[in-house]
Design a protein around this ligand. Structure first.
Ligand SMILES: C[S@@+](CC[C@H](N)C(=O)[O-])C[C@H]1O[C@@H](n2cnc3c(N)ncnc32)[C@H](O)[C@@H]1O
Length: 257
């Protein structure tokens, strides 16, 4: 698994402010439809940017709880939300949310469930804390939808298989509808959000992924610094020559308790 340590928090903080990931956050907010005065938990809140967006929509009478097990990510969330009085950053996990039964209006979790060993258990826990009629919104990538052009496809495959080993679920959006029904939710909608990049944008998801995959591969001795540098240089050269191509689909799945 990827270590959500200080270096990862720094990379995520920079990348998550970029346009691709901002659009992904917006798609999750639209699906959740937060109302003034509501209490909402962001499960695996990470850098806290989604909690910040939500806090503006629920207003002063509302409350956003940003829950994350990683102290480094909680530090990042506290920093991002330091100007908001209606955000509380709390230690906890998707399996053990620090709330009483039936107390929250909404729950959202963005790119977290694909790292969980026991998704049914996490869905049961989300259902426990929601009020009847409360909404759960889960956003995750379906990695089979990933297209990433390369001159050296063999090396690209090697890098992407290394990345596969950092997550538990490659195809979670396809499993979630049935899992949600089994956990007692009513499925509301499945909305695809395509992320496409032809420029290797400096604030794009592709750029962030090159940094994260390189760090993960080197940390875990799955590739050398020279190998990841050659891969990155190839992608930069392709972008300079107008031949860069990257696309992946993020799914926003909403359900009602
Ligand atoms: C890829 S980051 C996404 C962060 C954030 N949701 C966002 O989109 O900006 C994954 C996050 O899940 C958190 N995480 C890992 N295991 C978790 C668990 N069992 N329960 C809740 N969060 C977890 C990590 O600490 C990290 O902050």
């Amino acid at each position: 698994m990827l270590r959500f340590d200080a270096e990862t928090a720094r990379l995520l903080d920079a990348g998550y402010k970029g346009a691709d990931i901002a659009r992904r956050r917006k798609a999750n907010v639209s699906a959740l439809k937060p109302q003034f005065g509501q209490s909402i938990v962001d499960i695996g809140a990470g850098s806290g940017l989604l909690a910040h967006d939500l806090s503006q929509l629920v207003g002063d009478k509302g409350q956003i709880f940003a829950v994350d097990p990683s102290p480094e990510m909680r530090a990042a969330a506290n920093k991002a939300c330091s100007d908001r009085t209606n955000v509380r950053v709390l230690a906890g996990s998707a399996y053990d949310l620090p709330f009483a039964e039936g107390t929250l209006d909404g729950a959202v979790s963005l790119q977290v469930y694909e790292y969980l060993d026991d998704v049914p258990r996490a869905l049961k826990e989300a259902r426990r804390v929601l009020k009847k009629g409360g909404h759960l919104v889960i956003g995750d990538l379906h990695w089979d939808s990933h297209i990433w052009h390369a001159d050296n496809y063999e090396r690209m495959e090697q890098m992407l298989r290394i990345w596969d080993s950092h997550m538990v679920w490659r195809r979670l959006p396809a499993y979630l509808p049935a899992m949600l029904r089994d956990a007692g939710f009513t499925l509301e909608a499945i909305r695809p959000e395509i992320c496409q990049d032809n420029d290797f944008r400096s604030d794009g998801l592709a750029k962030l992924m090159v940094q994260l995959i390189s760090a993960y591969a080197v940390q875990n001795e799955l590739a050398t610094v020279a190998e990841v540098d050659e891969w990155k240089n190839e992608q930069e050269r392709m972008a300079e020559e107008g031949r860069f191509f990257f696309a992946i689909t993020h799914y926003v799945i909403s359900a009602v308790r």
